[in-house]
Design a protein around this ligand. Sequence first.
Ligand SMILES: Cc1cc2nc3c(=O)[nH]c(=O)nc-3n(C[C@H](O)[C@H](O)[C@H](O)COP(=O)(O)OP(=O)(O)OC[C@H]3O[C@@H](n4cnc5c(N)ncnc54)[C@H](O)[C@@H]3O)c2cc1C
Length: 381
Amino acid sequence: MQFLLVGAGLSGAVIGRKLAEAGHRCRIIDARDHIGGNCHTRRDEETGVMMHVYGPHIFHTDDEEVWSYVNGFTEFLPFQNRVKTTARGAVYSLPINLLTINQFFGTTMRPDEARDFIADQADTSITDPQSFEEQALRFVGRDLYEAFFKGYTEKQWGCSPTELPASILKRLPVRFNYDDNYFFHRFQGMPRDGYTPMIEAILDHPGITVELNTPYRPEMREAADHVFWSGPLDGFFDYQLGRLGYRTLDFERFTYEGDYQGCAVMNYGDRDVPWTRITEHKHFSPWEDHEDSVCYREYSREAGPDDIPYYPIRLVREKALLEDYIALAETTEGVTFVGRLGTYRYLDMDVTIREALDTAATFLGCLAEGKPVRAFIKSPR
Ligand SMILES: Cc1cc2nc3c(=O)[nH]c(=O)nc-3n(C[C@H](O)[C@H](O)[C@H](O)COP(=O)(O)OP(=O)(O)OC[C@H]3O[C@@H](n4cnc5c(N)ncnc54)[C@H](O)[C@@H]3O)c2cc1C
């Protein structure tokens, strides 16, 4: 059969590959002039540094099958994300760990002492936290909350943490040891030559054709037996019910002779610094050697119609609109909505790949059994 896949990011590439391996023909289109979606990487012409064009991407997973899948297409080198934050005129280690606590409070506590100390800081009068702020206060108390969460969250989400749901902070966000590896996952790494060659290798199959600079047009559906849509869910319907809210990012690029900040990611927790973080891309490829450096100052704001949608907002208004779009999608035949934009969720790369593999398998199963294919194989709820 002949399938149309809209979007040459991870979702489109992985689904297309599975369908092509099953003997089908896949036409993958992308409005952009490159493959890879938001994982796209390319060498900076001026400095030679490998750039994560749409913001830094670190691969981390506990899913052994996904880890072996990506390693089948490119070479991964070890990489652990160790983030720092500048707040109130000092630099601290993140996520909040024993070093952060001891530096912040000027103490030399051991793990058990720090655990008791933080328990004393916590606001125990809050028994049923209703917001992100209340949840943070209940976990870590006002001092740590104001230094490490409040300003950063206000900048990232453009609203007060009192307006965000408590569920954002599910667990105690503090470690009582000196572990500063940002992620807990067993497998962590970075593709040696960036993500684009990996996605190029996934797309390299005789059953796949890729067309860049090719925005979707409704008449393209006619030539396809089924469509996989990894663009914005509301975009498929021409935003007829309104726009699902997103945060977008502005990257202010600057170069520096030498090493600008000594680490890949430096957050800025203070409200009066307008950017949320600075990323220095050569530190994402520590096996390479570059004299010069290129950095992004990252600013977050509400996405307008012409901006790149980065983070789905998913607050009360958006969830209600999402339900309306789900209902509309479920009455639309011949299209399956996939990926982070198609299902309006934040998905890490490993989850995107897992879902894409499962989507292709479910779809092929439906074809084999002559069953109808649903609009959502992975629920957007
Ligand atoms: C700032 C940021 C940092 C991230 N960091 C990490 C990280 O460190 N680790 C991690 O695991 N994950 C990270 N992610 C998540 C990662 O980017 C996603 O998992 C991944 O990009 C999802 O792939 P996708 O194919 O679903 O979507 P996308 O990559 O968005 O691909 C969708 C593609 O569809 C195309 N498209 C859209 N509409 C149309 C249309 N109408 N016609 C034609 N083409 C269209 C777009 O141009 C795009 O190329 C991060 C995400 C963001 C936003």
